[in-house]
Structure formats: C-alpha cells, structure tokens
Write a protein that binds this ligand. Structure first.
Ligand SMILES: [Zn+2]
Ligand SMILES: [Zn+2]
Length: 333
C-alpha cells in the first residue's frame, strides 16, 4: 500500500510503500477511499504540536470500507462504509473519560498524530471510535464531516442560543457550521482574510447575512463568535464584536499568541473559551443531524500522492471549502 508519511517536522511528506498490518484485537483494517486535509495536519507537519510521534502518516478524516476485522471488532461487517475521526483512543477510566468528557482524556491518542492516519491506501482503527456514515454523500463529500464538521458542531454548541453568529476563518469547518447554524435559524456573519472574495462568496451562497474582512466590524453586534482561523489577534477583534454576555469560541488546536487587550472588552460577562477534540457522542449526534439539513460540503479533490500540494494550497488559503485526498486519484487531474 502507499502511504504519505511525515519523517520529521518541517519535511515534505514522503511516499512510502509497505504492506498493511493485519488488524489487532478490537481493530478494523479500513480500505481508505477518501481522507480530508485539515488545518491540524498543517500544524503536525510544521511541528507546532507537542507529543508527536515520528514517523507518522497524517490524516484524521478517513472514509473507507472495512476490509478485515480483528477479534472483538465485529461491530462493522466487512464492506461497511465507516468514518475514522481524530479521536482514536481514550483510557476509559480517568476523571474526564468517566464524566462524559473523553475529548479531554490525558492519555488520548489521536488519528494521524499518535496513530497512523488516512493519507494511505489502508488504515487501522479501533472500531469503537469509528462511525457509520450517512449514505447520502459521496466518499469525498463525507470526509470533511469527520473533523471540520464534528469540531465545528461542538464549537457551535458552545455558542448556546446565540442568534447572531460570527464565524472567523471561512474554510472547511466554517462552511459546514454555517449550514447547521442557518438550519437552526441563526444569522451568520462570515469573516475572512482581507480580500478573500472566494471565501466571502461561498459564505454568502450558504446563506450568510454578511461577509467581510476579519479586520472589519460586523454591521450588527454579535451574540457569539467562532474562531476557526489560527490567528490570536482575532480573539480581541471578536471580543469587540460580541455583545455583553457574548462568547468567543476558539475551535482550533493551535493559535498564534493572543495579544494583550483592555479588560473593558472582556468585561460585561463576555467569555473566551476553547473547544478541544471531540467525543464519540458529538460524532453520533452530528452525523445523524447532517443528512437531515442536509449539509452539503464543497470539496477540492487531490490524488493521494498530491498530499503535499493539497497542504500547500491549504496553507496559502487557496482551498475553497475542504481539501480531500482520494486514493483512487482525483477526477480530471
Ligand atoms: Zn481536523
Ligand atoms: Zn481518559
């Protein structure tokens, strides 16, 4: 099988051929059809996250079919289409795991970070952390649901009943969250990099009430803001844009330093919170909800061996919607 492997931080991914390992107890061997390219993959490639195992195969938005199951992994029949998300394993016994917060488990292992991920023809996964996928969407369209969708959904829930919702950074997660938010009757205000007309047009096409540059003030005060861009300076910008009692939700795994800001913009019971990872319950809820809306993902596809090209495009902010690797090659490329 082909893998696109990271040997060390800061290096391009290398194409490595090796035999897929047989599934161990509790594991399924998944024949990968599609794998989303997430901003977290960029942070991993750039060495911005601690506890990184090398070499590692990135990729934690895996869509594929079960090819073989290990002992005790009979949950999915052979040939079943499954999704493999970021949360790959938790201890099940710590204070977080036993209180419905397995996303915070200190011993958690993550796909494409501690466990080889989906930039490959095959991936091994603990079957307990895999999801059944809605039938309605193609493999490429389903892949972004598994991180961009799930983390976005968890971030949106933190916004509570906010009616006017700001979204900073309009990429893979935002374009999914915007659809859920509109479905819930919220108003969406989309903030993009200065002059990113494509992202602003995508936001407006998905029902955003307004789209503009992140340095701009919104036309109306926001009840909540979700930050998907890894830019610390957006935290005070978003605090200035939310009303008293409003919440600013930081949804990325890594962010540049947050600059100092006057207490006055936090005063008035405004909150700044982060969202970390996902629980399996988030996944079950979101994957049941998505087809009822229905969430439609905008994807740009690449062949597996074009993973470096996909990452470079994401880094440059030139992907509209979500980038997805296809093991069968990208159509028309
Ligand atoms: Zn991700
Ligand atoms: Zn735990």
């Amino acid at each position: 099988m082909r893998t696109m492997q990271l040997a060390a931080a800061g290096m391009p991914l290398q194409l490595v051929h090796r035999e897929p390992a047989p599934p161990g107890p509790g594991q399924v061997l998944v024949r990968v059809h599609a794998c989303g390219v997430c901003r977290t993959d960029l942070h991993i490639v750039d060495g911005e996250l601690p506890r990184l195992d090398h070499p590692i195969v990135p990729g934690h938005e895996i869509v594929g079919v079960v090819e073989a199951a290990g002992q005790g992994a009979e949950r999915f029949a052979r040939g079943t289409r499954v999704g493999v998300p970021w949360l790959g394993w938790t201890c099940g016994t710590c204070a977080y795991c036993t209180s419905g917060r397995e996303n915070l488990c200190d011993a958690a292992r993550f796909t494409g970070y501690h466990i080889d991920g989906g930039y490959a023809d095959y991936a091994l996964a603990d079957s307990r952390y895999c999801f059944a996928l809605p039938d309605a969407c193609s493999d490429a369209e389903a892949a972004p649901l598994l991180c961009a969708g799930l983390i976005g959904y968890r971030a949106l829930r933190k916004a509570g009943a906010a009616r006017r919702l700001g979204i900073y950074g309009f990429g893979a997660a935002a374009h999914i969250v915007a659809q859920v938010a509109r479905h819930q009757g919220r108003e969406v205000y989309a903030f993009t990099r200065a002059g990113d007309a494509a992202a602003q047009a995508l936001a407006l096409s998905l029902g955003a009430a307004w789209a503009g540059d992140s340095a701009q003030a919104p036309p109306a005060p926001l009840d909540a803001a979700l930050l998907f861009a890894p830019v610390g300076a957006l935290v005070p910008a978003a605090l200035r844009a939310v009303v008293k009692g409003g919440i600013v939700v930081c949804a990325g795994i890594h962010m540049s330093d947050i600059p100092g800001f006057p207490y006055a913009i936090l005063w008035g019971e405004r909150q700044v919170v982060s969202v970390a990872n996902l629980t399996r319950q988030d996944g079950e809820e979101f994957l049941a909800l998505a087809p009822t809306i229905p969430v439609r993902t905008t994807v740009e596809t690449f062949g597996l061996e074009q993973a470096n090209e996909a990452l470079a495009k994401l880094r440059a902010g030139r992907v509209s919607g979500a980038a997805v690797l296809l093991t069968g090659g990208a159509p028309g490329r």
